[in-house]
Ligand binder design. Sequence first.
Ligand SMILES: [Zn+2]
Length: 64
Amino acid sequence: MTLSINCKDAGDPVCTHTMYGDTEDELIANAKKHGIEVHGYTEETWNEEMSKNMDNIKKFIKSA
Ligand SMILES: [Zn+2]
């Protein structure tokens, strides 16, 4: 099973990048990498964002 999440679904107004992972942990790790590389997050601001929005973001995870 492959899990995926799309940046736009997760709330970004312009980015349509899709992240993938075999597990939820892997998916979140890939999303973090993308967030830091593309969206200018730091380890700290990402963790802060996730602590606020994780439940919301999990609703947008698709499995295929
Ligand atoms: Zn993005």
